[in-house]
Design a protein around this ligand. Structure first.
Ligand SMILES: [Zn+2]
Length: 299
């Protein structure tokens, strides 16, 4: 159904132009790498990314994240075809793979950094949950407050060693910042904030904010919730910490009626844009960005 609709809509041009509904598409990427990531849903291949960026550059109007968020906050209509590119976690391949592609296309992006991992070879704690673990057990582990999870998982240091540096360094970020990329916060250690007590939430937000201000010399305006999880208390803490806007991890297209502390994004990964033949497809990507995607809630 998804593939048939994607190719039909693409063939007749429906998804090859942006909808005129005053809404924006905000894309959430993680890694851009040819290597196979251990966790599903974390990466796109550089060739796939290049194709998608080419489509965005020729079809959409890619704006800085702060500009889209400001329009949402003030209820101002967004320009037709507004789009925005974001990355979560701060992976090193955002510099080595994604940035050259963005530069060639003349586009910008905003990257949400887990400041406790900057410049390290330590993968996020989610990588310590063994692949193939019963999904209920894996889900229960993810929902534990970080202190209890550390006990349940034992020593995660070995399981999360990547063997090479996998996160951006401050120097790389400074170079990208000078080149027009902006940076926001994604906590200090990537806990799922809805599982944490208020003092841990506040400490994570403050540590991340402080590190970004110290490391880059600019105040981070935006925040992205780890795992996309938020509730009223977490949204209020993010606002109180001084952030002007915050992104959820999914939900669809965003517009002037969106909550500026829970702005929808569309999570892009290799598995989400495959055609029936298993290869990444621009028609499936274009459908994902279109209001037609609402016809397919599973997208
Ligand atoms: Zn994340």
């Amino acid at each position: 159904m998804k593939h048939a609709l994607a190719s039909a809509a693409w063939r007749c041009g429906l998804t090859r132009r942006p909808a005129r509904d005053g809404r924006a598409v905000v894309l959430a990427y993680h890694r851009v790498t040819a290597q196979r990531d251990r966790r599903p849903g974390m990466s796109v291949h550089p060739d796939t990314f290049e194709q998608q960026v080419g489509f965005l550059a020729s079809t959409y109007r890619v704006l800085p994240a702060a500009q889209v968020a400001e329009a949402v906050s003030t209820g101002r209509p967004l320009p037709q075809g507004a789009a925005c590119i974001t990355f979560d976690d701060g992976w090193r391949d955002n510099y080595t793979e994604a940035w050259p592609i963005l530069q060639r296309a003349g586009l910008t992006a905003e990257i949400y950094v887990v400041t406790g991992h900057v410049g390290t070879d330590r993968l996020l704690w989610t990588y310590a949950i063994p692949n193939g673990l019963d999904p209920h057990r894996a889900g229960a582990l993810k929902r534990l407050p970080s202190k209890e999870r550390a006990v349940a998982l034992g020593n995660t240091a070995a399981a999360t060693k990547a063997g090479e540096r996998v996160f951006l360094s401050w120097d790389e970020m400074a170079e990208m910042l000078a080149g027009g990329v902006s940076f926001g916060a994604h906590t200090h250690t990537h806990p799922i904030l809805t599982n944490e007590p208020p003092d841990v939430v506040d400490a994570e937000l403050a540590a991340c904010r402080r590190a970004l201000m110290h490391g880059l010399g600019v105040e981070p305006l935006g925040f992205a919730y780890p795992n996309g999880d938020h509730n009223q208390a977490v949204r209020a803490a993010v606002r109180t910490a001084g952030f002007r806007y915050a992104w959820a991890a999914s939900g669809g297209r965003c517009g002037p009626t969106s909550d500026p502390y829970a702005i929808y994004r569309l999570v892009v990964h290799e598995g989400a844009v495959r055609a029936a033949n298993g290869r990444p497809s621009l028609a499936v990507f274009a459908l994902m960005l279109s209001p037609l995607a609402r016809l397919l809630p599973s997208l």
